[in-house]
Ligand binder design. Structure first.
Ligand SMILES: Cc1cc2nc3c(=O)[nH]c(=O)nc-3n(C[C@H](O)[C@H](O)[C@H](O)COP(=O)(O)O)c2cc1C
Length: 361
C-alpha cells in the first residue's frame, strides 16, 4: 500500500503530538484520515475518556486541544497548512461511533519545509514533562508576562497570573481544604487509582508511575500506597487520615508556587473549550522554550465548591477552567507512558461525508 507524502507527514506528526499532556495521561484523542478524499477528523475516543466526574469532559476537550495544537504546528513546519473547522451536530452524528468527532481537517497544498524549526519543536515536545516537585524562585519578568499574553491572543481565553508572595498562603489553604475531594468521590478516585502504574518494569500506554507523581520512591512506599489508597479500603485510609495527609503534602507544594496561572474561557460551549486547549498547548510550549514547567492543580477546578472558592480567592468573577503552579523547575520531570501512534491514527475510507472543510474559522 502506498502512502501520500501528507499521510507520512501526518503519521510522523501524530508520533510526536502524542507526547501532549492530558488529564491522568489518558490521551483521549483519535485522528481519522480518509486517504481517498484526503480529509480527516479529530475525535475524543469515548473508550479512553475520563468519566469519573462531569467536569472531566472539560478536561478532555482541553487535552484534545493541546494535542491538536502540537499536531497542527508540526504539520505546518513540514509544509502543510491544515484547514479545519468545528464539526456541526449533523457531522457529529454521521461520524459517531466509538468516538465523538470534534473537528474536520484537510491539508492545503505542500509548501516549503522548515526543517530546523521542526527539529526544535520535536525536541521541545520530547523534553516537556509535567513537573510536580520544587521550582526555583526565579521571577517572572514583565517581558515573559507579555509573551504569555501574546501567545494566548488568538484564543478565547483570559489568563490570570498570581504570585507566591501575594497568593501562596490562600491557595495552599484552598488546596488543604479541597484536595481531599479527590478521594471523597468514590467514582472519581476509583478512576484515578486505575491510572496509577505500580510496576515500573512494565510498559504501559497510559497513566502514570508513582515516580512521575512523587519522584523516586522506594518499593516499600509503592506497596504501602497501593494497599492504603486502594478504593476498596477507603474506610481504612480515612481512619489513617491519609486523604488529609495527601492534601497537606499537595498544599505545601502549592504554597511554594512560585507563580500560578488560571485560565478562563471568554465564550460558552465545547468549541471554546477546545480552542482554549489550543491556547493551553501554545502556553505550555512557551514555558518549555524558557526551560520552565507547569504543575496543574485540577482538583481546584473540578468541583463546583472548590472552583467558586478559587475564583473568590483570585478575585475573579468567572470560574476558572484550568489552574496550575508554574516556574523554573529545580529538576526536570520524568517521561510518562504513551500510546503507540498507530493506535491513535485510523485510516478511514467510509465514515466521512462528502463536505470537506474549506477554511479555518
Ligand atoms: C487538563 C489537564 C489537567 C491536568 N491536571 C493535573 C493535576 O491535577 N495534577 C497533576 O499532577 N497533573 C495534571 N495534569 C498533568 C497530566 O497528569 C500529565 O500531562 C500526564 O500525566 C502526562 O505527563 P506529562 O505531562 O509529564 O507528559 C493535567 C494535564 C492536563 C492537560
Amino acid at each position: 500500500m502506498t502512502h501520500t507524502a501528507f499521510e507520512q507527514t501526518l503519521a510522523e506528526a501524530v508520533a510526536l503530538a502524542r507526547l501532549a499532556p492530558s488529564s491522568h495521561n489518558c490521551q483521549p484523542w483519535a485522528v481519522h484520515f480518509d486517504p481517498v478524499i484526503h480529509c480527516g477528523y479529530l475525535a475524543i475516543d469515548n473508550r479512553r475518556k475520563l468519566t469519573g466526574l462531569p467536569s472531566l469532559e472539560r478536561e478532555m476537550l482541553l487535552s484534545c486541544g493541546i494535542f491538536f495544537h502540537f499536531l497542527e504546528q508540526l504539520i505546518y513546519l513540514r509544509g502543510y497548512q491544515l484547514h479545519w473547522r468545528w464539526c456541526d451536530e449533523q457531522e457529529q452524528q454521521v461520524l459517531a461511533g466509538e468516538d465523538r468527532a470534534l473537528i474536520r481537517f484537510m491539508p492545503g497544498p505542500e509548501q516549503a519545509h522548515q526543517a530546523t524549526a521542526f527539529a526544535t519543536l520535536s525536541e521541545q515536545l520530547q523534553q516537556r514533562h509535567t513537573v510536580r516537585s520544587a521550582y526555583r524562585s526565579t521571577l517572572l519578568s514583565e517581558q515573559q508576562r507579555n509573551e504569555l499574553s501574546t501567545v494566548l491572543k488568538p484564543y478565547p481565553v483570559t489568563l490570570g497570573i498570581y504570585y507566591q508572595q501575594t497568593h501562596g498562603k490562600a491557595l495552599a489553604h484552598l488546596t488543604q481544604t479541597y484536595a481531599g475531594l479527590d478521594f471523597a468521590n468514590k467514582a472519581a478516585w476509583r478512576e484515578t487509582y486505575s491510572y496509577i502504574r505500580f510496576d515500573e518494569r512494565r510498559q504501559y500506554e497510559d497513566g502514570f508511575y508513582l515516580h512521575n507523581l512523587f519522584g523516586p520512591v522506594s518499593g516499600g512506599f509503592k506497596t504501602f500506597f497501593k494497599v492504603a489508597f486502594h478504593p476498596h479500603l477507603s474506610g481504612l485510609n480515612k481512619l489513617l487520615r491519609l486523604p488529609t495527609k495527601m492534601a497537606q503534602g499537595l498544599a505545601e507544594l502549592v504554597e511554594t508556587g512560585p507563580h500560578y496561572l488560571a485560565l478562563n474561557v471568554s465564550k460558552e460551549g465545547d468549541e471554546a473549550l477546545f480552542r482554549a486547549g489550543l491556547g493551553l498547548g501554545a502556553l505550555w510550549l512557551k514555558l518549555q522554550q524558557w526551560g520552565w514547567a507547569m504543575h496543574p492543580i485540577s482538583v481546584l477546578v473540578q468541583h463546583d465548591s472548590a472552583r467558586e472558592a478559587l475564583a473568590t480567592s483570585l478575585s475573579q468573577s468567572e470560574l476558572p477552567i484550568f489552574f496550575a503552579r508554574f516556574g523554573e523547575p529545580e529538576q526536570s520531570g520524568s517521561p510518562a507512558p504513551r500510546r503507540h501512534w498507530q493506535s491513535i491514527l485510523v485510516s478511514d475510507t467510509h465514515s466521512l461525508t462528502k463536505s470537506t472543510p474549506t477554511q479555518r474559522e
